[in-house]
Design a protein around this ligand. Structure first.
Ligand SMILES: [Zn+2]
Ligand SMILES: [Zn+2]
Length: 322
């Protein structure tokens, strides 16, 4: 048995529960912790039963409630190393320096460099010089054990695990394959989840469909696929030109047209469900996305195959169980 419950999908927040009979993971936490828990309750998912949170990329619509949820429920978080770093940077308050402070900082750096060179010449290890050790991620994780640490460090998490695109890993009895997607984030990934012979894939936030994504999601039984915008609505819509360019770019979002092209040309036809997700509220209409995908799938739609569902921003979708 496998189950997918889309709690939210779109530019105001994304989160999906993927579960086997023994394991439950949350993919992205892009709503507030309170709202995520509320939606899980509506959808019949138990937040305290989550084994892990997996993050696709560090954009706010995928991580908004991450730190609070992970800390409150003590759930380990899986990122790529680059995504984790980008997320920590995002949460760390930026310190602005005055010019005088900056000059002082440069002078100190020079002195440290000279001292380091002198020590290296004398054959001692350069590490001996560190009076104040730099805070490592392990330190952050260790400190996060105490609630006080969470207050002082907004990026504190109970546990962090790294994965790499292209390298399989397992959580409980779910086998997970992360794959690289073309998107303007540090190291964005989609996922394929497999358990007991069933495969579920998540591929949203991608500017186009590269061969590695087509290959990764082939053979999926449930496919959550982006259908972000209608090209004409985006062109004529309210976004400033620079944002339109970003959405349309090779590292932006998949249009209804691009999704339909994939479904008609490259898709193997084997999924029980195709869930269209990350629909733009300004530049798309659910019926346009649906019609576009239905036409692309054509006569392959049936009672048992290729049923099309539309993920929603405002409320969870009924769980898909296979
Ligand atoms: Zn997004
Ligand atoms: Zn994004």
């Amino acid at each position: 048995m496998m189950r997918m419950t889309v709690l939210a999908s779109g530019s105001k927040g994304n989160s999906t529960v993927v579960a086997s009979s023994r394991t439950r993971v949350l993919v992205d936490a892009g709503l507030s912790c309170r709202e995520l828990i509320r939606r899980m309750a509506i959808a019949g998912e138990d937040p305290s039963a989550l084994d892990a949170i997996l993050i696709t990329h560090e954009h706010l619509d995928h991580v908004a409630g991450l730190a609070v949820l992970a800390r409150k429920r003590r759930i380990p978080v899986f990122f790529t190393e680059q995504t984790h770093r980008a997320w920590v940077r995002m949460l760390t308050p930026k310190t602005t320096m005055t010019y005088a402070k900056w000059l002082d900082h440069l002078q100190k750096e020079k002195e440290e460099e000279a001292a380091r060179a002198a020590v290296q010449e004398s054959g001692r290890s350069a590490e001996d010089l560190c009076e104040i050790p730099a805070v490592s991620l392990e330190d952050i994780q260790a400190e996060a054990e105490t609630p006080a640490a969470a207050r002082t460090d907004p990026a504190a998490l109970p546990a962090v695990e790294y994965f790499r695109a292209g390298s399989n890993f397992s959580i409980g009895d779910i086998d997970i394959t992360p794959f690289t997607i073309p998107h303007d984030a540090a190291d964005p990934c989609g996922f394929v989840f497999a358990s007991e012979g069933i495969r579920m894939a998540i591929a949203t936030d991608l500017g186009y469909m590269p061969p590695n994504v087509k290959q990764a999601i082939a053979g999926s039984d449930v496919l959550l696929l982006e259908s972000n915008h209608d090209l004409e609505m985006l062109r004529d819509g309210p976004y400033p030109w620079s944002v339109k360019q970003r959405v349309l770019s090779r590292v932006g979002h998949l249009s209804n047209h691009a999704t339909a092209e994939f479904l008609s040309r490259d898709y193997d036809g084997g999924a029980a469900y195709i869930v269209l997700g990350h629909l733009s509220e300004s530049n798309n209409a659910p019926e346009l996305a649906r019609i576009s995908a239905e036409q692309a799938i054509g006569d392959r739609m049936s009672l048992l195959g290729n049923r099309i569902l539309l993920a929603e921003q405002a409320q969870p979708l009924e769980s898909i169980c296979l």
